[in-house]
Design a protein around this ligand. Sequence first.
Ligand SMILES: [Zn+2]
Length: 110
Amino acid sequence: MQNCIFCKIIAREIPGDIVFEDDSIIAFRDIQPLAPVHVLVVPKEHYRSLDELPSGDLLNAGNILLAIKNVAEQLGVSGGYKVVTNCGEPAGQVVPHLHFHILAGKKFVP
Ligand SMILES: [Zn+2]
């Protein structure tokens, strides 16, 4: 989607510190980390938030969850991380492209 910062990272129009990528998912470090490990797991298909993910889209939903698990393993934080998604501006969503925060480390702000 035009003017979406995450779609631009996916398209390599702007740089991102990418830690994982497959056909449908990309994960990169948050540029304003709230924790020692703060990675965003993002489906490549543009949905504004979890609310827009089609109810029957088990493939995307499953891929996202498995990507979160794989990224946590890759980052060495399995067994000690938090996953957060903010749905909509009132909930604190800043970028209107569905994404999940992986937060880990001794000191972090939830
Ligand atoms: Zn987007």
